[in-house]
Each structure stands twice: as structure tokens, then as C-alpha cells.
Design a protein around this ligand. Structure first.
Ligand code: AHR
Length: 773
């Protein structure tokens, strides 16, 4: 039978709404040293070892000449950011401060203008020279100002370099003996995105704008809930009220990604950016509970946190006559920003969150019944905590629930049908963080296949965004990432171009379609999970004993040597088996340490295995993982902690791809890790009601081309474009040297009937966007 995709162009299904968006979190220096265009690193001398053990007040600053520099907090410019530099120059030679900037230094572009600002005081009427220089000291631009007040004053200069240099330096110096106090030393390119003051880096902002996101989730991620409960603490959770108003009064904060947040890119700027790129804001607020530490605010103190949430809604939606609407207006935005969605919690595990969530939910719905509230399904694709999230969503009537997972491409291909039938649920899914592990073309391709299924299940899946979004190549906390940058350039990964093709080609409504033919399949991986078996004491020391491996086909049991005094993190082989049904039993006792045990099985090489982790992460997980070509997937997680000195007895039953784990005789975990059965083609179709355009997406993951007719039922003839990624090797990646190695081509298409005959190349992603002739 000939292959066909038959789209019923007259049968509109559910609206696609705000389906695709972006998720911005300040990790990988996505804000400071990234999208936020400030070029001075540690502009207010607030870096501290609380942020990162290596940080000091003078981090990223150097002394120039014979000057001495002291950091003081006496009579500061702002009590919220108390530290400043006291610079004393002993003679008439040049002396002062030099900032190293981010990455290789400052990015100066010949002819561009840069805005220097600082606050300063001096009792001596001192002249200060501000210079943009090379590492060797070549001056590209220089201006001066005179400090003539013993109280803090602001100064501003415009500088334009005579040359381009990506390794520039900023110096602020004196050329005579004198003593000055300096704070808030800032340099911004004038040419920011939309030319805003305190604005955003243009190249990065444009890459985001080009995605045409319907919403933006911000400001995190773990960033929002990993911190202390007191908003005045240096390492507090992300509290939005700390992030608005004059820059000098926004208190510097530790980010859980082990660096400093100036909060210069704060809630007001996030809302503005959303408005600028046409994305609906989707803020994520902490629920007074930190799943990383297990600490939560007492229930009788939740009021402050709930008020923060309600006040934020008022800040976004309220008129000027409301308290927080007036604050917004005072910052420069009289009109409300609008707010339709709010997320309570990031990826939550533990009862501490689920006990607090209902208070937030009730208070929000009472005051703002139309706001869509997003609950959390935690960081796992399945298991006890995931189920707890869904139960909480059902019990509370959450509009949406946020799911997160980072998996192998094979997991995504094996789970394309994950959301089939979710349309019947009252709570809709927000896939708020997902990615395959990697930025290769194969990663992007498998994500594209998965995204067709997300669109097809958009009656149950309301919102989707890839994560993480941004990464400064010199400050990597997490990879893969959608967009990579250094101090002067940025590029989209292969994954970015898939996202862009899907995000910018989304109809207003899903269309009904059927397929004919297209029956070819290819199974990835092996049916059997036989292979090497080993035990590891993870971040602990332990004994493993009474170890047996039983082949349940033959009934043959092998007893393995006891391992007494296993050292931390050493993988110790206990045997190997060539069978698809077997059991592994062992006893274990931890002597010291913070985590528990790992049983690795079905290991065929170091990059391919399965594992059962007991007492993983914060000694909280009982989880099953697969590792395929070095890419890990947490298949299922339940809660379990190891207690030092207690004896545990473990048994894992492997029956084909069905895995069942028992602890002390009790079944505690079970999942089938299905192989990916790759389909001949992954497709979806939608219509843009406003333009009448029909959009058909076709993803061919196989190594062979797919000949297929696209039949647009209800249309006589059509024309338009196809956007296509094809012809790449699996491992191809975009890089700074080849930023558009993987880049979609545009092909005109036309048909004088309702049918377009297509040859979809091997490993290709094609998006057709056509209109009736
Ligand atoms: O996206 C990176 C991190 O992944 C987020 O902070 C967190 O929510 C998840 O663990």
C-alpha cells in the first residue's frame, strides 16, 4: 500500500492555544553574563563566598598601578548592597580599578556606544578616568568626570571604542594622588534589545524572539526554591519583591547554581521582555518549601508567602489604583502586563510541598478565579512522587501540572504515546522541562518525533517548553542547552532549529488526519537485559553479602563473593548473565556516608546498562535507570532512604524488559522499559485559522527515505513552503565555528491537486506550510 498522510482540512480538532513557549532560568550564567547586557562582573562588590567558595568582594576586579583598594560597608550608598571600593592613589601615576568582565573580557565593538555609570563620593574633588582598553593597555575610548561631593552621587558617560576587541578591559583610575569611593560600576552597550536601559543582549534576545514563544516560564527551575526561607538572607529562595526597583537596592543573592545573582534582570524586566517578544508571562513561585533541604515555612507563617503570590498577580494585572499596580506604574508601565498562568513550585518532591500547595491554590482561586494554576509532578517521568503530584492536582483542581524529564533519545522514541488519552483528564499537562541528553542532530531529530505526538495530544497537553534555554560556554552548569553563547556571539543548537521549526509553524487548531501504509518499524536495542552485574556503594562505605544471581529460565543460581568494606563510588563486578529472565538478590549495610547502593545490570559496555539506585540523590530515591550510548533515563522513582547500620535485603527481578524491585521482601518499584519501536514516519497537522494555512509536520527518524503522499482532503490545489532539516550525520552539532551546520532549508512546494508527492530523506524533519490556490 502506498504511503499516505490524509489530512482532513475541514475537521478542526482542539485549539492549540499557547502550546509552545520558552523556559528561562538563570543557570549557565543565562542572566548575569548572558541575556542581561551588563558587562561589568561584580559591579557592586557584593560577590561573596556564600555564592561560591571562590568568590570575594574583589572577584573580577584588579588594582591598577600603585593604588590601594579597600572594601568598606560604612555609610554605604544602599544598605541592601552595602559593599563598595575605597580606592587610594598615592601619587600622580595612574592608579585605580580594572574589571575583567565575563568570559575573555569585555566585548567592545568599534563604533558602538557604551554607557558607563557609577556611584561615587570623594571629599577631594578628584578627576576620574574611565577607559575601555585592550589587555595590553591600548586605549579604545576614554572619558573623565570629576567627583566633587562627599556624599554619594551618580555619574554617567558615553564611550565609543575605536577598535573591536573581545578581550577588553574597563579601568576606572585617577592620575593624581587622591581617595575615592566607588560603587555600582556598570557598563552597558547602548544597543540593547529594543534599546532599553538596563536592557538585554541583542543577539541572544533576537534568537529568543525568533522562536515566537507563546509564553515564557521564569525565573527557574531549582533557582526558585533552593534557598533559605528568610527573604533577607543572602541565600534566600527567589523572592520576586527583592528583584524590582532601583538596581542599587536589589540585594545580591546566591544562586543555587553556585554563582551570584545581581537581580538586575528582575521581575519587571522579565515582564517587559515577555511583552517585547509577545510571550505570556508564566512566573514560578516557591511554595515556602525547599525540596533540596526539606525545610518548609511553618503553616502559621504561610501568609507572607501567599501574599507574595497574590501581590505578584496584582503587580502584573492590577490597575494603577491598586497597591502593586501602582508600584508597576511607578516603574514605568502604567498598563497591566496581564497574567494568565502562575506556577506554584518547580519540580517538587516530598509531602512538605503537597501539604502547602492547597493553601496557595485556594487563596489564588478565591481572588483570581480565572488564573490557571500550575501544580508540580516533580522531576521524574513516573513513580510515587510523580503520582503524588497528579493526585494533588486532582484533589485541588489544579488547571495544569508541570512535568519534567531529561532522557535518552531512545526513551523519547519509546514513549511517544505517553500522553495518549490524557485529553480526558481535568488537569492538563505543562511539559515545563524536557530534553534528550545532547545537542547532536540525532537528539534534535528524536525530539522532533516526540513533539509531533505532543501536538497530536494537545487536548491533554496544554503547554510545552524545552530546557535549559541558554548557556554561556565558559560557565556551564548544565548541558545540553538550546542556545550557546560567549561574550560576543551566540548560536542555536540543532535542537534550537527543531524548536524554531515547530514553534513558528503551529496552527491555531489541530487537524484530524489518518495514515495509510507507513507500516515499517525498527526496534532499537535488545529484548534481553543480560550482561555484566556490579554493585557500588554510592558516596558511602558498605558491605554487600548473600549475593546470588538466578537464571529463572534454567533455575540455576550462582552465589557471588561477599564484598566487605566496599569503598565509596567503586563499581565492583559480581557476575554476568546471558539470559532475559533472571533475579539478583543481595543484602547490604551502610557503614558511613550520605547515599546508598547501586546495582548495575545488563551492562554490555560502559555506556550501555541499567541500574537500580537505592538511596540516591539526597538519600531519597529508589529509582530504576537505563543508560543508552552514555545517555541516562530515570525510568521511575519512589522515595527510599538508607539508614546507616541497618541491614537491607534487596531483590531485582528482570523479566524481559519488565523490572521489579523488592526491599525486605516488599515490592517497591516496577516498570516496563519498552524498547523504542521506531515508526516509519511521525506526523501531525494543524491549521492556522487566521491565514487559512495548513501545516503538516513529518519526521523521518529512519536511515532510509520515506516516499509518501500528503493528501489535503477538502482542498483542490495548494502552494507554499517546506522547511527541512536533512542530510546530516547523527553526531552533527552546531558550534561557534560552524553555527549553522544544522540549519533548515526552505523549499517552495506546489500542487495542482490535493496531493503532494514527497520523498522524505532519511533522518529528516520537514514542516510543510501551504495554502489553498
Ligand atoms: O533545567 C535545569 C534544571 O533541571 C532546573 O533548574 C530544574 O528544575 C531541573 O532539575
Amino acid at each position: 500500500m502506498a504511503n499516505k498522510i490524509i489530512v482532513n482540512t475541514k475537521n478542526k480538532k482542539n485549539p492549540l492555544g499557547d502550546f509552545y513557549g520558552i523556559f528561562f532560568e538563570d543557570l549557565n550564567h543565562a542572566a548575569d553574563g548572558g541575556l542581561y547586557a551588563e558587562m561589568v562582573r561584580n559591579r557592586s562588590f557584593e560577590f561573596s563566598p556564600v555564592d561560591n567558595g571562590s568568590y570575594r568582594s574583589m572577584t573580577s576586579w584588579e588594582k591598577v598601578g600603585n593604588a590601594s583598594v579597600m572594601i568598606s560597608d560604612k555609610e554605604p550608598h544602599s544598605a541592601k548592597n552595602p559593599h563598595y571600593a575605597v580606592v587610594q592613589n598615592p601619587d600622580n601615576s595612574e592608579g585605580g580599578l580594572l574589571n575583567l568582565g565575563y568570559n575573555s573580557g569585555f566585548n567592545f565593538v568599534k563604533g558602538e556606544e557604551y554607557i558607563f555609570t557609577c556611584t561615587a563620593k570623594s571629599n577631594e574633588g578628584t578627576t576620574v578616568y574611565v577607559s575601555l582598553k585592550s589587555i595590553e593597555g591600548t586605549v579604545y575610548a576614554e572619558k573623565e568626570f570629576t567627583i566633587n561631593s562627599g556624599t554619594w552621587q551618580s555619574y554617567k558617560l558615553l564611550l565609543s571604542p575605536t577598535d573591536t576587541d573581545h578581550c577588553g578591559r574597563l579601568t576606572v583610575t585617577m592620575r593624581s594622588a587622591g581617595k575615592i569611593c566607588l560603587d555600582n560600576i556598570s557598563l552597558f552597550p547602548k544597543n540593547t534589545y529594543k534599546n532599553r536601559e538596563n536592557g538585554l543582549r541583542r543577539d541572544i534576545a533576537l534568537l529568543l524572539e525568533d522562536l515566537k514563544p507563546k509564553f515564557m516560564r521564569f525565573p527557574g527551575g531549582c533557582l526558585i526554591h533552593d534557598g533559605s526561607l528568610n527573604s533577607d538572607d543572602r541565600d534566600s529562595m527567589y523572592r520576586w519583591k527583592n528583584t524590582i526597583g532601583p538596581l542599587c537596592d536589589r540585594p545580591a543573592r546566591r544562586s543555587n547554581w553556585a554563582y551570584n545573582q545581581s537581580l538586575g534582570l528582575g521581575y519587571y524586566e522579565y515582564f517587559l521582555f515577555c511583552e517585547d517578544i509577545g510571550a505570556k508571562p508564566l512566573p514560578v513561585l516557591p511554595a515556602a518549601y525547599n525540596p533540596h533541604s526539606g525545610q518548609g515555612a511553618p503553616f502559621d507563617e504561610l501568609g507572607e508567602w501567599i501574599d507574595d503570590t497574590l501581590d505578584l498577580i496584582e503587580f502584573a494585572r492590577g490597575g494603577e489604583d491598586t497597591k502593586w499596580g501602582a508600584v508597576r506604574a511607578s516603574l514605568g508601565h502604567k498598563e497591566p502586563f496581564g497574567l494568565e498562568y502562575i506556577a506554584i513550585g518547580n519540580e517538587e518532591v516530598g509531602d512538605g510541598f503537597f501539604e502547602r500547595y492547597p493553601y496557595f491554590h485556594k487563596a489564588i482561586k478565591e481572588k483570581y478565579p480565572d488564573i490557571k494554576i500550575i501544580n508540580s509532578a516533580g522531576p521524574f517521568a513516573a513513580g510515587g512522587e510523580y503520582d503524588k503530584g497528579w493526585k494533588s492536582a486532582a484533589d485541588n483542581g489544579s488547571d495544569i501540572i508541570d512535568e519534567h524529564y531529561y532522557m535518552s533519545p531512545e526513551w523519547f522514541l519509546a514513549n511517544v504515546d505517553r500522553y495518549n488519552g490524557f485529553g480526558k483528564r481535568n488537569t492538563k499537562v505543562f511539559l515545563g522541562e524536557y530534553a534528550t541528553w545532547g545537542n547532536t542532530y540525532y537528539n534534535a531529530l528524536s525530539e522532533a518525533a516526540y513533539m509531533t505526538a505532543l501536538e497530536n495530544n494537545s487536548d491533554g497537553v496544554a503547554l510545552v517548553c524545552y530546557a535549559p534555554l541558554l548557556c554561556n560556554v565558559d560557565y556551564v552548569n548544565w548541558k545540553p542547552d538550546m542556545i550557546w553563547f560567549n561574550n560576543h556571539t551566540s548560536y542555536g543548537s540543532a535542537n534550537y532549529y527543531v524548536q524554531k521549526m515547530f514553534m513558528t509553524n503551529l496552527g491555531t487548531h489541530l487537524l484530524d488526519f489518518t495514515t495509510e501504509g507507513l507500516g515499517k518499524t525498527q526496534v532499537l536495542g535488545s529484548e534481553s537485559l543480560g550482561g555484566k552485574i556490579s554493585l557500588t556503594a554510592e558516596r558511602c562505605t558498605a558491605d554487600f553479602y548473600d549475593i546470588t544471581i538466578t537464571d529463572t529460565h534454567t533455575g540455576k543460581t550462582a552465589s557471588c563473593d561477599n564484598i566487605i568494606g566496599a569503598q565509596a563510588n567503586k563499581q565492583l563486578e559480581i557476575g554476568s548473565i546471558n539470559s532475559d529472565t533472571y533475579e539478583i538478590s543481595f543484602k547490604a549495610k551502610r557503614h558511613s556516608g550520605t547515599q546508598g547502593f547501586k546495582l548495575t545490570f545488563g551492562e554490555t559496555d560502559k555506556d550501555n546498562s541499567h541500574s537500580w539506585v537505592l538511596g540516591g540523590w539526597a538519600n531519597a530515591d529508589n529509582a530504576l535507570y537505563s543508560l543508552i550510548d552514555g545517555r541516562s533515563s530515570c525510568l521511575i522513582q519512589n522515595i527510599f532512604s538508607v539508614v546507616t547500620g541497618l541491614e537491607y535485603s534487596f531483590k531485582l527481578v528482570i523479566n524481559g524488559r519488565r523490572l521489579t524491585g523488592y526491599i525486605n521482601g516488599e515490592k517497591t518499584i516496577e516498570i516496563t522499559d519498552n524498547n523504542a519501536v521506531v515508526r516509519e514516519l511521525y506526523t501531525t497537522a494543524s491549521i492556522d485559522e487566521e491565514t487559512g494555512e495548513i501545516i503538516v509536520k513529518a519526521v523521518n527518524v529512519m536511515n532510509s527515505e520515506c516516499v509518501c503522499d500528503i493528501v489535503l482532503d477538502g482542498i483542490n490545489a495548494f502552494y507554499g513552503k517546506a522547511f527541512q532539516l536533512a542530510g546530516y550525520e547523527k553526531d552533527d552539532e552546531n558550534t561557534f565555528d560552524e553555527p549553522q551546520k544544522v540549519f533548515p532549508v526552505e523549499i517552495p512546494v506546489s500542487s495542482d491537486s490535493n496531493t503532494l508527492s514527497c520523498i522524505l530523506p532519511p533522518m529528516s524533519v520537514t514542516v510543510y506550510r501551504v495554502k489553498e490556490k
